[in-house]
Write a protein that binds this ligand. Sequence first.
Ligand code: HEC
Ligand code: HEC
Length: 300
Amino acid sequence: MNRHLRIRAALSAAGAVFLAFSSTALAQQDPVARGDYLVNGILNCGNCHTPRDATGNFVPGMDLAGGFRIDELPAFDAYAKNITPDVDTGIGSWSVEEIITSIREGHTPEGEKIGPPMPIFFYTNMSDEDASAVAAYLKSIPAVRNEVPESTYNIPIPDYPPATHALAPSPSDQVAYGGYLAMLGHCFECHTPRNPDGSPDMTRMGSGGFGFAGAPSGATIYSANITPDPATGVGNWTDDELRRAITEGIGHDGQPLFPLMPAGFFKNVTEDDISAVIAYLRTLPAVVNEVERNDWRPGT
Ligand code: HEC
Ligand code: HEC
């Protein structure tokens, strides 16, 4: 049994007690366990912050130690930072409050702006409880010494709105809670076409077609249209097919999806939380956008 399954089991065993405390239930959970669940699940921070080897696999022992390079030249050449508690090369000297501000408002304790593709835009509404849980978890993980190069930006780094301090919707409101989780999972950072200034074009949210370089074959990989359009999106996929794509990384045709899609993290998300994300996806405005199919196959 892995760590995440154990958390899930602990939750359901305690479920009856939590119900008695109604919507404050999540607050009763140990913040480090909640942070672990979020960071290694829906938030998939490690999809950028854990370095990979030449074959695309995560380097063992380097969880969240940074150094993964993501460039969108000429706009920027970014290195995801070391967010382990190492004092010299990570964020070990940052307070919980400073970590929370960096994630939701996009600046460091020294006042330097944090640039893309760190998806600050999608973290603005992260609840105080969840943001505190994430910070508590980041403080609890092993410190890894890893000096990360500076990022270069040839575009202005956006100013992000202040954190809203909104409460997370209650999980009993499935669509609203699913929307909250989809924002934390920054599905639309990858699945939304861009404006000329590089920001996601939210009038076409979820309609895919944003390209990523990085397949070993050199091919560009395009994100899929995940709006409910039946012809060009996922409108006629069943819930089970969507669940399989999100948590197992397997497409409609039974073939593996390019692993940039963070299914390896989403597999740690509870069934109820994935159901909420799916319920929310079904409510998105359908956008007609035919995305070129990726013919990527493992090892190519
Ligand atoms: C899509 C990729 C991506 C994801 C996902 C991502 N980050 Fe980042 N993050 C980055 C990049 C790139 C930087 C460096 C930006 C820069 O150099 O200005 C960064 C910077 C940071 C910093 C600032 C560190 C420093 O020393 O300046 C923190 C803290 C951070 N991320 C935390 C997180 C957490 C927590 C999560 C998950 C909730 C997360 N990030 C998810 C790409 C990502
Ligand atoms: C880091 C970028 C990234 C993030 C974050 C991301 N995806 Fe994806 N996703 C992709 C890419 C790229 C593909 C296409 C992969 C391929 O075709 O092999 C994809 C494919 C999919 C598919 C399969 C659709 C199809 O037509 O094949 C679904 C469904 C999906 N994503 C849902 C989600 C949901 C829901 C979230 C958030 C909870 C999410 N994705 C987050 C990049 C991402």
